[in-house]
Design a protein around this ligand. Structure first.
Ligand code: SAM
Length: 451
């Protein structure tokens, strides 16, 4: 009898422990801990779904998928072996593909033009070519940076690099450039240029500030004195850039970069394929003075350098630790003692919002800090969706527009500013551009066109 009582009480004690565990488990399930990436996804679902409509599910899926990397060959290293290795892996040369697609577009435009000329009996030459005519370079002043830029740019790069980069690699196979080309008509109308009206964001308490900024930003182009120039021809793909990618649907990784034993630099740099676009949009010309205003860790600066085109490249960032990363990248990819490159590459640590060099640069890249959508979904640490960083997140549009205003003041008349983000937020893209342009319109005499 005694033994049975003990056993019963033991059983009851265990049942009680189990009940407690169950209670705790249920409680935890009732109030699940929301992670920063879940908070980000929730935000994107509310803010982006109305903008991207039926495309949102596939855009969302892409955001949650692995990014697609491309490999940028280092023009300052020996890369023939690397090219062979990439080709064996099935990667193809983006520059070749780009040029072929561009040629197709050009031919189609010519055909269209011939048809319309036949119908209308002629048109003027400027409209026919659709070319954006750039004013010639303004005189440089005698500032130290400008003085360096005055040197003849082509002579600044060791000729062997130019020649080798220009030469066709012996084993380079011809790629089928006509497949997998998406016609603009197939892509449909781009929703990327529509941004959320302020009212859509209202009612969501902690996003009210974004809505406020946005109200300011939603003026028409004419109200802020901006003309829109349609650039009919795509920009040129810089001849010297050698970039490899895997075909559509193949998200293989490139092998780790190898160190060149003689030059002690790495043979290639892997970067998210989308990062190429802002640099291509810069359309760097020989001798251009280029400012990369928010440059760290330095991927896009490196890409600009690899075009072998600029006469001066200033890579700036506000953060000391991140400026170190720019220097590190340059060290890893430019051989030590190559004074021609070292002299034309300047790294600075300044607050881009108060850049003092007015009308100094031919090209300015403003690759602003932003929501970094994909990073926010993948990384829980260091996320802008941490509750402790809410204020910082809400202030981003203000910071971005200030950086853009500053860039528009740093560029010379006739020069180009490229504003880029890695977010789909309509507010942080078109919204910020409108906000910055309206400030420029109200506070300066600068005239801007959106190309
Ligand atoms: N362009 C870089 C690349 O391709 O490697 C990435 C730039 S990252 C998106 C944004 C950068 O802006 C960060 O490195 C950040 O430190 C910098 N930044 C933030 N505020 C800034 C400011 N006021 N002035 C200059 N840089 C700033």
């Amino acid at each position: 009898m005694i033994g049975l009582t003990v056993t019963r009480s033991k059983i009851l004690a265990r049942v009680s422990v189990l009940q407690n565990i169950l209670k705790r488990y249920r409680k935890r399930n009732r109030e699940p801990k929301v992670t920063n990436s879940q908070r980000a996804l929730e935000y994107f679902d509310i803010a982006y779904a109305p903008v991207y409509g039926t495309r949102w599910p596939s855009v969302r899926l892409a955001l949650l998928s692995k990014p697609k990397y491309v490999a940028v060959l280092n023009n300052f290293a020996s890369y023939d072996e690397t090219i062979k290795r990439f080709q064996t892996l099935g990667a193809w040369d983006i520059g070749k593909k780009y040029s072929a697609i561009r040629e197709r577009i050009r031919m189609r435009q010519e055909q269209k033009q011939t048809v319309s000329n036949d119908r209308e009996g002629g048109t003027d030459e400027a409209t026919a070519t659709g070319k954006f005519v750039r004013p010639s370079l303004v005189e440089l002043d005698d500032d130290e940076l400008a003085a360096r830029a005055r040197l003849e740019p082509k002579g600044r790069y060791p000729e062997e690099y130019r020649q080798r980069a220009a030469a066709q690699s012996p084993d380079m196979e011809e790629v089928d450039v006509t497949s997998r080309v998406i016609e603009p008509s197939e892509a449909g109308s781009s929703l990327l240029v529509d941004y959320v009206p302020a009212t859509r964001l209202k009612g969501l308490e902690n996003w009210m500030e974004e809505a406020d900024v946005f109200t300011n930003a939603s003026q028409d182009d004419q109200e802020i004195g901006v003309t829109v120039v349609k650039q009919e021809e795509p920009v040129d793909f810089p001849e010297m850039l050698k970039i490899f990618a895997f075909e559509k649907g193949n998200i293989s990784d490139f092998p780790q970069p190898r160190s060149d034993p003689q030059l002690r630099v790495l043979d290639h740099y892997a970067m998210d394929g989308a990062s190429l676009l802002p640099v291509l949009a810069l359309d760097v010309n020989p001798g251009d003075r280029v400012l990369d205003m928010c440059a760290a860790p330095g991927g896009k600066s490196l890409l600009v350098l690899q075009t072998l085109l600029p006469g001066l490249l200033v890579s700036n960032d506000v953060s000391e630790s991140r400026v170190k990363r720019i220097r590190n990248i340059l060290k890893q990819y430019v051989p030590r003692g190559m004074s021609t490159i070292e002299n034309m590459t300047v790294v600075t640590q300044k607050n881009g919002c108060i850049f003092r060099e007015a009308e100094e640069y031919d090209k300015v890249l403003v690759d602003v800090p932003c929501l970094t959508d994909r990073h926010s979904l993948m990384e829980d640490d260091n996320s802008l969706f941490k509750t402790s960083r809410t204020k910082e997140r809400l202030k981003l549009p203000e910071l971005q527009s200030q950086l853009l205003v500053s860039a528009l003041q740093a560029v010379r008349p006739g020069g180009t500013v490229v504003y880029s983000t890695c977010t789909l937020s309509p507010l942080q893209n078109d919204g910020v551009i409108h906000l910055a342009l309206s400030r420029i319109w109200q506070e300066t005499t600068i005239e801007c066109s959106i190309v």
